[in-house]
Design a protein around this ligand. Structure first.
Ligand SMILES: *Cc1c(COP(=O)(O)O)cnc(C)c1O
Length: 397
């Protein structure tokens, strides 16, 4: 069957938000209310998210990047410390450590799950132990919505004495070993993003969830300038009812009530959104199964939130990927690459020899392409994507 480009199928992005009337009215409600920021909607949003994922506490901020930053600070990260994260992630997973003056070191992935390879992590930890260069924090990433092997990473954290921040920017609504990501106790802090391409959105926004009251308090302090107002938190004496104190160097990482209201409204639909994404992923699985490409694999212990559907071409030649990519884009299909290995970015890149530490990530980078998956994609659009993949592969392979 030939699917022609029509008005309706103009450009199909790899991901995008789904906004319903109810989302719009909940934002309008805030716009008509007393508070655009520092009102009641943020606390409501935090309550909603912590309840959904089964965490103890949630601190909502204006991006997942901000959440990662204050998570690092709350865990005491400072200059001279080391943070390890997966090289296949968005740069924010590494930058949060640099903001704190820490050193970042990268980890290779497991080629099948795109998540950090535990065997290599353990080997690296054994070497680091010998040299006295162990990390203070490890940041596993739940790539594409599938959790990293958190129980094994948690076991290693006890043996080698590091903290865990789970970058679950892709993965709200996903499950690991029967528990919601963010709800199990394998991470000290779990971070979600509410950018419009992610599972649910607040426009911009993120949240750090934890089971520790102390960590949540610290993050709340850092979110708003390091300022305290309550009598019990004051260091000095209260001069009058206007009085507040800055006790730490914090930031303005606050989420506005406008954003929070959108997030809360979207969060109500999380289960159906995950179901829809799973359905779309299944459709791709069935339609692409017999093609000369590798499809994403989700291990038995995971339920993925399906933030991204990544196919891998079986050629190790980046030229083939480039041709495939260009052809898809020419036909109006917004394929993308998630991600350029972080260690290859000029800011982080050391030298070519360094690349050899990451054979799986480098191979992944040579052949991985993200294809469109979002709740409002139509059956025709998905068919169009599938047929174009088939046609391009026939030409190229
Ligand atoms: C999107 C993303 C972030 C950053 O999220 P923002 O909310 O845009 O700051 C961090 N890590 C990963 C893995 C992401 O995909």
């Amino acid at each position: 069957m030939v699917v022609h480009k029509s008005q309706e199928i103009s450009f199909i992005p790899y991901g995008k938000q789904e906004l319903l009337e109810e989302d719009i009215s909940s934002v309008v409600e805030v716009l008509k209310s007393e508070y655009l920021t520092q009102g009641p909607s943020v606390a409501e949003f935090e309550k909603t998210i912590t309840k959904i994922v089964g965490a103890g506490y949630g601190v909502a901020v204006n991006s997942a990047t901000a959440a990662l930053h204050i998570a690092c600070l709350a865990l005491g990260l400072k200059e001279g410390d080391r943070v390890w994260t997966s090289t296949i992630s968005f740069v924010a997973s590494a930058n949060c450590a640099k903001y704190c003056g820490a050193t970042v070191e990268f980890l290779d992935i497991d080629y099948d799950t795109f998540n950090v390879c535990v065997k290599k992590l353990e080997e690296a930890l054994l070497v680091a132990e010998r040299y006295g260069t162990l990390p203070k924090i490890v940041i596993p990433v739940a790539m594409c919505g599938q959790s990293a092997p958190m129980s094994e990473i948690h076991r290693l954290s006890k043996r080698f004495n590091f903290k865990i921040i789970e970058d679950a920017s892709h993965a709200i609504g996903g499950k690991y070993k029967g528990k919601s990501i963010g709800g199990h106790r394998y991470a000290d802090i779990t971070v979600f993003s509410f950018h419009p391409v992610k599972i649910i959105t607040s426009g911009e926004g993120g949240i750090a969830v934890t089971h520790s009251c102390e960590l949540a308090d610290k993050m709340r302090l850092l979110r708003s300038h390091g300022i305290v107002r309550e009598l019990k938190d004051l260091v000095g004496k209260k001069d009058g009812d206007w009085y507040y104190e800055q006790v730490e160097l914090g930031f303005n990482y606050r989420l506005s009530d406008i954003h929070a209201a959108l997030g809360s409204s979207q969060a109500q639909r999380l289960p159906s959104i995950i179901e829809r994404r799973q359905e779309l992923a299944n459709l791709y699985d069935d339609a692409l199964r017999d093609l000369p490409i590798d499809l994403p694999k989700v291990s038995d212990e995971n339920i993925s939130s399906w933030h991204l559907y990544v196919i891998r071409l079986r050629s190790d030649d980046m030229d083939i990927k480039r041709m495939f990519f260009d052809e898809m884009r020419l036909n109006g299909i917004g394929v993308q690459v998630h991600y350029i290995p972080i260690h290859l970015h000029p800011y982080y890149h050391k030298n070519q020899a360094y690349d050899e530490y990451f054979p799986n990530a480098m191979k992944y980078y040579r052949n991985a392409v993200t294809i469109p998956l979002f709740p409002s994609i139509t059956a025709d659009q998905q068919k169009f994507v599938i047929n174009n993949i088939k046609a391009s592969l026939e030409k190229l392979v």
